[in-house]
Design a protein around this ligand. Sequence first.
Ligand SMILES: Cc1ncc(COP(=O)(O)O)c(C=O)c1O
Length: 429
Amino acid sequence: MDLKQKDLKYIWHPYTHQKNRPPAIPIVKGKKTLLYDEYGNTYIDAISSWWVNIHGHGNKYIAKKLFEQAKKLEQVIFAGFTHEPAIELAEKLLKILPGHFSKIFYSDNGSTATEVAIKMALQYWFNKGDAKRNKILAFRHSYHGDTFGAMSVSERGTFTIAFREKLFEVIFIDTPDDTNFTVIKEEINRYKNEIACFIYEPLLQGAGGMRMYDAKNLNSLVAFLKKEKVLCIADEVLTGFYRTGKFFAGDYLEEKADIICLSKALTGGTMALGVTACTHEIHEAFVSDDKTKTFFHGHSFTANPLACTASLASLKLLQNDGCKEKIEAISTLHEDFLKNLSPFVKQNVIKNLRKTGTICAFEICTPQTDNYLQDIGIHFSNYCLKNGVYLRALGNTVYIMPPYCITKKELKKVYKVVQAFLFSIAKKG
Ligand SMILES: Cc1ncc(COP(=O)(O)O)c(C=O)c1O
């Protein structure tokens, strides 16, 4: 059996339709933006391997730091013990996070980062003796992960329908725009003094379809909720580390979150790590003679020393000369690309062209209403793959989110392949 056959026999891949599934492509090497298969074919990783990889694959600096750390300490229980990479990373993050955060809580991934945030916010009110404040507010079309708490605060749709009955109740509101603020306020006011927290993906709802919305209106909403004493949880699992053009999406807002969640690009995309940071006030609610007020949450690999080391290395690379310029260059190239797509808009082939920072997106027009299960996304991805580009559409939503080290030539190739696909569907009519 070759690798593909063995994979088909033994492995169940995430978010993958199982009936007659085509074999997964074994990847044997990654170098910068390129992924290499066993036959030496290359694929430009134009979605940063599920949005995590920002410095490219096989980064030598991160690898060197990991190797050095692996020889010193690869893992240690994080209750009763601590280590330098975790402390240094916490200290560094607290200096740059958008808000007045004072404590870092580590976990393993994006879903655990949001689970921790929700539990922290609910227990904050419980510890303060205000258990009536236990409702949670979230946006429609949101995505905060695949564990039960994270699913509960996410859009009720394709991903969660099988678990509908088991998800806890959440108040869902629309993302704010220039017209709907009064309605949103009215909805919130119906639950006055009962809302514990509000969780949101600032400026960009990723898995919900790369939906982008305005910082000004979000700022007003956060300000309103903070006046109502609602704890605001910014889920920056996707938007952190320059994805939206600034270090954090929260840097576009004057109003700061009380809790922030990070993962994905946190380690430069090399290791799994989650961070949930909170303010001094939140942490204080857990400091008590009463031991029942302890935050009883933890994971075996909490603050894994290798993952923390990778994060420190990634932060260093981000702060290097040239990284910010690369990010700005991607943003400008995306803008030109979208302009060049306007003939396809006129022909009703695509719609809703949009961009934020290093991400651009649009929908392919189909007779169906926009949804995740449409085959067009699979045709699109297969077409790109055949042409040496890895792009994974979300239903009929196409987006490009490359590592920051992508060259102009590579990015132009990605655009060319996308355009060629659009030509092919425009021709079919
Ligand atoms: C905004 C946001 N939050 C949470 C998650 C969950 O992260 P993970 O896949 O690491 O569990 C994701 C993943 O796409 C995300 O985009």
